[in-house]
Write a new protein. Structure first.
Length: 528
């Protein structure tokens, strides 16, 4: 059968190396990956291997956001990991290069490599260039916020259209330190991606050279028998959590790092993230809370610059990588860059602590993730309870949410959603209406990496699995105290009957996912 594909005896005798990518032409995030795969194949062939190419799916959050399609996003992580594992193991291949683009494809590749434990490299397709509107650089974040500004009457139809048409100028994943770029940095820190290569923007000509180099590097890893589980250690995972905190990256990284650790068989509890954030200042001025994009970070020294600052402060430790260098050796091999406005570094941190905190309390017995606002440390107000993101968004658009409210969105967790949708449509609309600092939002769903403000997500256990959110009612007092690390209500929840869980999906992939998925506090994995 291999001969029937065009291979001769010499090709069959060589190491057979999977080139697995999430190419799709439905979004800019993954559209370059098939071209990059050709370069990876060339690199593998030049280094003495035989490339075997597979394609798998991608669900792009920026398109699915705010729709029923968003329920497919997180489950797609499991499907991608499963399909990579099955295709590679089912054909007894020797090594893997994974090419990834948008949010869930990146952790999925790491999860698959951890399961397979074959010599492997992951290359991120790269960030999109920022758009320009009124001589100002913008990203997709500004589009979602413009929707809220439009509903508040701050901008007209023409201006909303102008922002929407300007935000995404070409190929690449969303341009801030949102989930894709956060996870690209995570995979570099874990040693699964070669230092500096993920940072190269999608449309930069050097990206093709990086893909060719990854083909060569996977053959070096195969020759040396380097395995992903040697790099995905508890210390490497902690380093990654510190890097997320230092860049005020996406809180989705918490969910994904827990899942990667699970697949690698590494004990890595949720509480680890609290120490990483508490002890790490924010040293990079990146969107959504800051000013700059991933393309500008690349020009300012990229991941290596961030990690070098953290190393000098003693906040990360040296670990192995798939290229054979240690993490610190890989940092040293990159060009030295002075502190700059994008990465002011440890000498001039933007905030004393990372961008998130792990909270508990009678509303989150298993924990939750608070995305920290710039200044405010405590919020108390009456609950405005919604049983779906859609109902909450309609209330926001109708101007029914007011300063001081705590918006509660429940039954959007991993099982209850199902799929744990991101609440960017709601949070961005609140920001666009000028309520970003005056309203809190809590949910058993997730947030986009583009979300900012006083937001608490990943509440566990979720409402659909008996969590206390299911017993809240409108008007219940809620107190979110970052310093005390608690989120509580004084309402007598024990005397109440839980609200009925909406029956949204009864068959198909999402129904299966709802039956299998574990708590967000354990990474929302489906592998037990």
């Amino acid at each position: 059968m291999l001969r029937a594909t065009g291979m001769d005896d010499a090709a069959i005798a060589k190491p057979l190396v999977a080139v697995v990518h999430t190419w799709s032409d439905i979004s800019p995030c993954n559209i370059t990956l098939r071209d990059l795969a050709a370069e990876v194949r060339a690199g593998i062939s030049a280094a003495g291997g035989t490339p075997i190419e597979f394609n798998t799916i991608a669900v792009t959050d920026g398109i699915a956001m705010g729709t029923e399609g968003m329920r497919a996003s997180l489950p797609s992580r499991e499907v991608i990991a499963d399909s990579m594992e099955l295709a590679v193991s089912g054909h007894c291949l020797d090594a893997v290069v994974a090419l990834v683009g948008c949010d869930k494809t990146i952790p999925a590749a790491a999860m698959a490599l951890a399961r397979l434990n074959l010599p492997g490299i992951v290359l991120y397709g790269g960030s999109i260039q920022p758009g320009v509107c009124h001589a100002k650089k913008i990203t997709v974040q500004e589009v979602f916020e413009a929707v809220g500004a439009h509903s508040a009457g701050h901008i007209d139809d023409a201006e909303l259209g102008r922002i929407e048409r300007s935000a995404c100028p070409g190929a690449g994943a969303c341009g801030g330190q949102f989930t894709a770029n956060t996870m690209a940095m995570v995979l570099t820190t874990l040693g699964l991606s070669p230092m500096g290569l993920n940072d190269i923007p999608a449309t930069d000509p050097d990206k093709r050279k990086a893909a060719f180099r990854c083909g060569e590097l996977v053959m070096e890893a195969f020759a040396a028998d380097r395995r992903p589980r040697e790099t995905i250690t508890a210390q490497a995972l902690k380093n990654a959590a510190v890097a997320v905190a230092a860049t005020a990256g996406s809180t989705n990284a918490v969910l994904h790092l827990l899942a990667i650790a699970h697949e690698a068989g590494v004990a890595f509890p949720l509480e680890t993230f609290e120490g990483a954030s508490k002890n790490t200042p924010v040293i990079a001025d990146l969107k959504p809370g800051g000013r700059f994009t991933a393309v500008e970070l690349y020009a300012a020294g990229g991941t290596a610059k961030v990690l070098d600052e953290l190393r000098q402060a003693g906040l990360i430790s040296d670990t192995p990588t798939m290229t054979g260098e240690t993490l610190f050796e890989a940092i040293d091999a990159q060009p030295k860059v002075a502190a700059n406005e994008v990465v002011p570094g440890m000498a001039a941190p933007l905030k004393p602590n990372g961008g998130y905190s792990v909270l508990y309390g009678n509303l989150a017995p298993e924990g939750c993730i608070a995305k920290l606002p710039a200044k405010r440390r405590k919020f108390d107000g009456p609950a405005r309870v919604f049983d779906s993101e859609d109902a909450a968004f309609a209330a926001v658009q109708a101007r029914q949410i007011h300063a001081g409210d705590v918006v509660v969105i429940r039954f959007e967790g991993p099982a209850g959603g199902p799929g744990m949708r991101e609440m960017l449509a709601v949070t961005a609309a609140l920001v666009g209406q000028g309520l970003g600092n005056d309203v809190a939002l809590i949910t058993d769903g997730r947030f986009s990496g583009a979300t900012h403000g006083f937001m608490v997500g990943h509440i566990a256990p979720e409402a659909a699995r008996g969590g206390p959110l299911g017993r809240l009612r409108d008007g219940d007092p809620i107190v979110i105290d970052i310093d005390a690390r608690r989120m509580d209500t004084s309402a007598d929840l024990s005397s109440r009957t839980p609200a009925d869980t909406p029956k949204r999906v009864l068959h198909g992939a999402l129904a299966k996912y709802a039956r299998l998925v574990e708590s967000a506090s354990r990474g929302a994995v489906t592998t037990g």
